[in-house]
Design a protein around this ligand. Structure first.
Ligand SMILES: *Cc1c(COP(=O)(O)O)cnc(C)c1O
Length: 367
């Protein structure tokens, strides 16, 4: 055996120096470091990867989410149905848009937002449903789309955890009116910071392009444009974009390794006393940003793993506990149960064959 283990829950992947640095140097000294050709090249390449070329790059995922909410018509006196089991930006973006957050309860199998609970919360004021594919496990998109489409409500997917995951045989990015990706440091693909909004309707792309740059169409002559809507400074620059383009050349094997490790745990962990693994629709193929288990005496398990050099965490605080969302609070029994037992363990590209065996053996020994 080798020395003591130290298996982190997250790790930044950066493309090899000999590929990244020459391209980055070219951009840095090109005289064109803001939004330009590199941004278009990254959007094209990313659009190909997700199978939807109607994409808008942004300086971060939160900005992309805020744009999606604006495009969907969320604003004062409207409601957006969302899940508390996510990173705070998912729901802060709803407040930034001026809308009211309405919580839906979760699917007890995987802590993703539940279609049945969404159905109960829809009102005439609902302008959007936000769906997070938590930990890279696709939510039940078929059932959610049925519920939302019946009332003509657009779905915004927050796919920040789920790059490369599939649903019904199709890579995430084209199932809903809006799909957001984040390229923040510890996501599957990082541009240091960045985000992408994939749209279904070309009109949303056209309006989004203006919305992300002060309400101005950058392609039009600057002194002839009319700013008709107060836009934002949300665009991506060429520096982040060139990092993204080179990173994208390497993303295939990275995502594959997350999936290979996740599937290893799917086979190795069932049957361990006191431990349940997450489950999902037959149509879902997760990209396993981390691996979710539900454990008896969860905090004891986390301590036991830490003593053996295996990082684990709940990662996110359920957002309904934050005082900024106090007015949205309601009973969420499925989330209560999931949140008291849930724990995430490492399964990313940095987890070797030996590491994953070690994690499975450590869990099998009991805590
Ligand atoms: C990272 C993340 C975001 C925010 O993305 P940024 O690029 O950091 O703005 C939103 N939602 C979820 C679920 C995330 O994990």
């Amino acid at each position: 055996m080798t020395g003591p283990k130290n298996i982190p829950l997250f790790k930044v992947f950066m493309a090899p120096e000999d590929r990244l640095l020459p391209a980055l140097r070219d951009v840095l000294y090109s005289g064109q470091i803001s939004e330009g050709v590199e941004v278009e090249r990254f959007e094209e390449a990313f659009g190909r990867f997700i199978g939807n070329t109607k994409v808008l790059s942004c300086y971060c995922g939160t900005a992309a989410l805020h744009m999606a909410l604006k495009l969907a018509g969320a604003g004062p006196d409207t409601e957006v149905i969302s899940t508390p089991m996510t990173a705070e930006p998912t729901n802060l973006a709803i407040l930034h848009a001026g809308a009211t957050v309405v919580w839906a309860d979760v699917d007890p199998r995987n802590a993703n937002i539940a279609a049945a609970s969404i159905a109960e919360q829809i009102t005439d004021r609902t302008r959007a449903v936000v769906v997070v594919h938590y930990g890279g496990v696709p939510a039940s998109l078929d059932a959610i789309h049925r519920v939302a489409a019946a009332r003509g409500i657009p779905v915004i997917e927050d796919a920040a955890h789920a790059l490369g995951a599939r649903y019904a045989g199709i890579t995430l990015g084209a199932h809903s009116e809006y799909v957001m990706f984040s390229f923040q440091a510890i996501k599957h693909l990082t541009t240091v910071d960045g985000g992408m909004l994939a749209c279904r309707n070309p009109e949303d792309v056209a309006r989004g392009r203006r919305l992300r740059w002060f309400g101005i169409d950058r392609k039009a002559p600057r002194t002839l444009v009319d700013v008709a809507e107060a836009g934002y400074k949300y665009h991506m620059n060429n520096v982040n974009a060139v990092i993204g383009r080179i990173q994208l050349d390497h993303i295939g094997p990275i995502v594959e390794r997350h999936i290979s490790n996740g599937r290893f745990f799917d086979r190795a962990l069932p049957g361990i006393a006191g431990l349940e693994i997450a489950a999902w629709d037959a149509a879902a193929e997760p990209s396993y940003w981390f691996y979710t288990v539900f454990a008896e005496r969860r905090d004891d398990l986390a301590r036991y793993l830490a003593e053996r050099g295996i990082a684990s965490s709940l990662v996110h605080r359920r957002n309904d506990l934050h005082s900024v969302f106090a007015s949205s609070r309601r009973e969420l029994p499925a989330l209560d149960l999931a949140y008291s037992r849930m724990l995430h363990v490492p399964c990313g590209w940095w987890v070797s064959d030996e590491d994953r065996e070690f994690i499975a053996d450590t869990l099998r020994r009991g805590w």
